[in-house]
Design a protein around this ligand. Sequence first.
Ligand SMILES: Cc1cc2nc3c(=O)[nH]c(=O)nc-3n(C[C@H](O)[C@H](O)[C@H](O)COP(=O)(O)OP(=O)(O)OC[C@H]3O[C@@H](n4cnc5c(N)ncnc54)[C@H](O)[C@@H]3O)c2cc1C
Length: 220
Amino acid sequence: MDFLTAATKNVLGTAPLPETLDAKGRDVVIVGGGDTGNDCIGTVIRMGCKTVTALEMMPKPPAERAANNPWPEWPRTLRTDYGHQEAIEVFGADPRMFSTTVKKVYARDGRISEIETVKVAFKDGRLEEIPGTEQKLPCDLLLVAAGFTGAESCLPKVFGLEMTGRGVVATPPGRYSTNVAGVYAAGDMRRGQSLVVWALAEGRACAAEVDEYLMGYRNS
Ligand SMILES: Cc1cc2nc3c(=O)[nH]c(=O)nc-3n(C[C@H](O)[C@H](O)[C@H](O)COP(=O)(O)OP(=O)(O)OC[C@H]3O[C@@H](n4cnc5c(N)ncnc54)[C@H](O)[C@@H]3O)c2cc1C
């Protein structure tokens, strides 16, 4: 996020890009194959990186729905987003390495120079390294886009809010109230990493619930 924020401010002309975050001419490795990783891929390509590799620890999903993933479940199929498409266009190949994570980081003269990757596979429900699959990659810009690990804990701690096992604020189903009277949660803080449309919808529904709490009735 530090990288994406700095890159956007630079494009908008509101702040110069720190030299350490400039991908121009660099071998970039991105850890994490989600939407944030995809945004990083698109951004480093537009900056003129030399190479880009994205490490995804999960196995490569199938092109079509698997038998154990029928409609109406969310399709767990391979998605090729705009960042991947730009990489294919510019470098001729999908930048993703599936079932792979970073194991070691090497530095030269105080700057990152190389990384070692290793293949991983599920064993008894846990991802484990596969010995002997280590590989070195040149890397002088390493971006960690390893996903949402839970809501920021500061405010929930201060208010004494109950959290779910997924690290977000607990609310009753379909409601935005928390275990503390007068404290409400909505958006990513309540549902975990999601989409702007959900943040908008939850913000409105939460406001209606707050209205009811304050006024004793709601206008919507
Ligand atoms: C890299 C990236 C790419 C994404 N791309 C997409 C996309 O293409 N399409 C899409 O739909 N969604 C995308 N998302 C998801 C989307 O950004 C979120 O789902 C959405 O922003 C959630 O909105 P929110 O209001 O719940 O939380 P946020 O947008 O995180 O807003 C929370 C706000 O609270 C403020 N805040 C935090 N603590 C305090 C405090 N103590 N006091 C006051 N203010 C505080 C924060 O500064 C922030 O402004 C992306 C997310 C990321 C990280």
